[in-house]
Design a binder for this molecule. Structure first.
Ligand code: SAH
Ligand code: SF4
Length: 427
């Protein structure tokens, strides 16, 4: 999500005569794009800002700005009290950056953190930063109105709004023509995507089919799906189109109904299991990944065991696993107690991570002997003689180079596996 926002910012600024540099010591302006989802992300941003402030001691003309989710909440502390910033712009204010920078140029501090009800940056063609030239992100909606009790997103990124479907298809086509072979459609809850084109209502399933038609050689991924909204229609669309990737990220957060209720997730363990069964039925061979929060308010050992047992039942291919961290201006911060001791959170997280490593390894070992179509992304980190790429199921495969190049599809027969990687040879 943040990479996608930074690419929009880069586009707005290059259109206004600025240039992007990968070397921070050469920059005249440093804009730090931020996320408030977990507290440690905020701590890292603060450290970076102190580093940039040290650069400004040597070069007083350096402009330092803060963008994104942290902007509104931390502007007073970071700008006025700690003197770390010249400019603050919230996630819906990027179009105003040229004016805000001009204001800083004339000696004033600049702040704009007003959230919008309709900004989607639909007309802005992102400038791809650090791109491998093969895969790209496309933001299809902004904001969120689900109000999961632990989550800061509804307060930092505002109301949910969907982007013009035509502009999403055009951006995909443009990327295809530039040689890209994979796009990931991004939103906090892509399943509630909704766009009205005259009398035609475009749901997420319709949008996926339209994007899939750009080219059968273009792979389409998406994130994130909320379990309460993942419909059979959507699963059927994925099943029908070979270039809609067979990998679904379906964050469960907890396996306990008590926790799911307190989290305001609006589904039960049983509802979630029903959706997993639907995925297995409609899209055989589909990989499933998830997000898990451990140590949420009043979580007991039984709740924790329910999370572990659900993980085993699903047999996730991958998971992002977090300790709960209380965020300001959330329902949980206002109404619940963050009362699970830190060492218990740590221990539960370790158990969850260990279980996931075992599940990932078991799943990857089952792939040995099978052949997958792999989209080559680039050279493997370990060896210049090897490429790495991904299967439709989003599994990374490493294999000896042939005369194929990044962006090509090759068939790779799997001969070995770790919990994170498949190893094989082109056949
Ligand atoms: N919109 C997506 C997730 C966005 S945030 C969804 O609904 O699934 C990404 C992940 O961060 C969440 O799925 C959750 O697992 C984690 N997360 C969000 N807030 C958190 C918090 N306060 N503490 C710990 N993890 C959190
Ligand atoms: Fe946060 Fe829930 Fe919205 Fe995801 S769906 S962004 S977790 S409020």
């Amino acid at each position: 999500m943040n990479v996608s926002d930074s690419e929009i910012v880069a586009s707005i600024l290059t259109d206004n005569g600025y240039e992007n540099t990968p070397e921070v010591t050469l920059a005249d302006i440093v804009l730090v794009n931020t996320c408030s989802i977990r507290e440690n992300a905020e701590d890292r941003v603060r450290k970076r800002l102190h580093y940039f402030k040290s650069l400004r001691k040597k070069r007083p003309e350096l402009i330092i700005g803060l963008l994104g989710c942290m902007a509104d909440r931390t502007k007073t502390a970071l700008m006025e009290e700690e003197q770390l910033l010249d400019l603050v712009a919230g996630p819906d204010s990027y179009r105003h950056l040229p004016q805000l920078l001009a204001q800083v140029g004339s000696g004033q501090k600049a702040i704009d953190t007003i959230l919008s009800i309709d900004e989607t940056y639909a007309d802005i063609t992102p400038v791809r930063i650090d791109s491998n030239g093969v895969s790209a992100f496309i933001s299809i909606m902004r904001g969120c109105e689900n109000y999961c009790s632990y989550c800061v997103v509804p307060s930092t990124r505002g109301q949910e709004r969907s982007r013009d479907a035509g502009s999403i298809v055009r951006e995909t086509r443009d990327l295809y023509e530039k040689g890209y072979r994979e796009v990931t459609l991004l939103g906090q809850n892509v399943n509630s995507y909704h766009w009205k084109n005259g009398d035609e209502v475009i749901t997420f399933a319709h949008l996926l089919e339209k994007v899939a038609q750009v080219s059968p050689m273009m792979r389409i991924r998406f994130a994130t799906s909320h379990p309460k909204d993942i419909s059979d229609d959507l699963l059927l669309a994925i099943g029908r189109n070979s270039n809609l990737c067979k990998a679904i990220h379906l964050p469960v957060q907890s396996g306990s109904n008590h926790m799911l209720g307190l989290m305001n997730r609006k589904y039960t363990r049983e509802d979630y299991m029903d959706r997993i069964q639907a995925i297995r039925r409609i899209i055989p061979g589909c990989a499933i990944s998830t997000d898990i929060i451990t140590g949420f308010c009043s979580e007991t050992e039984e709740d924790h065991l329910e999370t572990l047992s659900l993980m085993e039942w699903v047999g996730y291919d991958a998971a992002y696993m977090f300790k709960y961290s209380e965020r300001p201006q959330t329902l949980a911060a206002d109404t619940l107690k963050d009362n699970v001791a830190e060492e218990i959170k740590e221990r539960r997280l370790t158990e969850i991570i260990h279980l996931q490593q075992k599940l990932s390894l078991d799943n990857n070992r089952k792939e040995i002997g099978k052949t997958f179509e792999i989209l080559i992304e680039g050279k493997s980190k370990r060896s210049d003689d090897q490429y790495f790429g991904r299967s439709s199921q989003n599994k990374v495969a490493v294999f000896t180079k042939t005369n194929a190049v990044p962006g090509d599809y090759v068939h790779v027969k799997i001969s070995g596996a770790t919990s994170a990687t498949l190893l094989g040879e082109v056949v």
